[in-house]
Design a protein around this ligand. Structure first.
Ligand code: KPL
Length: 312
């Protein structure tokens, strides 16, 4: 019998648990978080099947030994560097690290900081947590995997095979930076609007929101053109319009991740998604008033969340 490789999955939110439960039959998995989770976890598949598995769980300040062969960091973008800092001293040099964060913020810093190969993942798998023991895999997606500087192609290929065999179709790519920016573009247009207006993605097609979507696409397209990032199909503004309206159509009934975060009273990933665009806008002296307004509003909300409630 071939020995299973050991994967640590750090960040037991929806994505982390989805990966853990899918990978569980193909690798030895430990799910690592700030607090212990119940050992028996269930994944409800898009086909409504129940996949129940016993998983190894551990606290991030007391990870198990021996060390893993691969670490998947699946925390929200804003928590990734703190989680990494807690773990880093326990990882032997050379341990491969896979970053599953949205946006384009912590990835270059963690790539520079980690003493070993770092791959970034960009995924359209949709999952949300139902409770402490159940996670819903809402829709099948596709994952791209690659290193920001184009190295470690063989490792990316190997992990893509493992993830694909586990039911998470994954492709190793040598342009992950472009893939991350494309997802960021989609998220920057859809997420702040649906979170602000508390609407499903499909409602963005309706008259009052359509114009707002178009204005955001125009800002994002100009910034990405200046950064040399092309849309997957078509060119310039037309290509970005086609991509973003396709995603809105395909995810019409979704409650986007940022809306889910707002409704659950959690911090949102606005910094990882909007700040890289606005930094690029200011580097290229491009106006981005709509993106700027959304970042401002989301920062105000984050600041209010951080305040202790006042007695009244
Ligand atoms: O990725 C998403 C998210 O919810 O963050 C989109 C594409 C907006 C789908 O809801």
């Amino acid at each position: 019998m071939t020995r299973k490789t050991t994967h640590w999955i750090v960040g037991p939110g929806a994505l982390g648990r989805l990966i853990a439960l899918r990978l569980g039959d193909h690798a030895a998995i430990t799910l690592i978080g700030r607090r212990p989770l119940p050992l028996v976890q269930t994944l409800i598949t898009p086909e409504k099947a129940f996949l129940t598995r016993r998983v190894e769980v551990a606290r991030i300040d007391a990870p198990p030994s021996p060390p893993p062969e691969v670490v998947h960091l699946t925390t929200k973008a804003y928590a990734a560097e703190a989680a990494y800092a807690t773990l880093a001293t326990r990882l032997p040099d050379g341990t491969p690290l896979v970053l599953w964060q949205n946006g384009f913020d912590c990835q270059p810093r963690l790539t520079a900081r980690h003493q070993g190969p770092v791959l970034c993942a960009s995924t359209t798998e949709g999952a949300h947590v139902q409770d402490e023991t159940r996670v819903i895999h809402a829709g099948h997606g596709h994952t791209f995997l690659g290193c920001l500087d184009g190295r470690h192609g063989e490792l990316a290929e190997r992990l893509a095979v493992t993830l694909s065999a586990a039911g998470l179709p994954t492709e190793a790519v040598d342009d992950i930076r472009v893939r991350l920016w494309r997802k960021l573009a989609v998220n920057a247009v859809i997420n702040p609007l649906v979170a602000h207006f508390t609407i499903h993605n499909g409602e963005l097609r309706d008259p009052p929101f359509r114009r707002m979507v178009e204005r955001l696409i125009a800002e994002v397209a100009a910034i990405l053109a200046a950064e040399g990032i092309a849309p997957p199909e078509g060119e310039g503004l037309a290509g970005w319009r086609s991509l973003i309206w396709q995603v809105i159509e395909a995810t019409a009934t979704n409650r986007a991740s940022m809306l889910q975060d707002v409704q659950a009273g959690r911090l949102t990933e606005h910094e990882a998604i909007l700040t890289p665009l606005l930094d690029a806008a200011s580097r290229h002296r491009l106006p981005a008033p709509c993106l700027d307004g959304h970042l401002d509003a989301l920062r105000h909300r984050a600041a209010a969340l951080a305040q202790p409630p006042t007695a009244c």
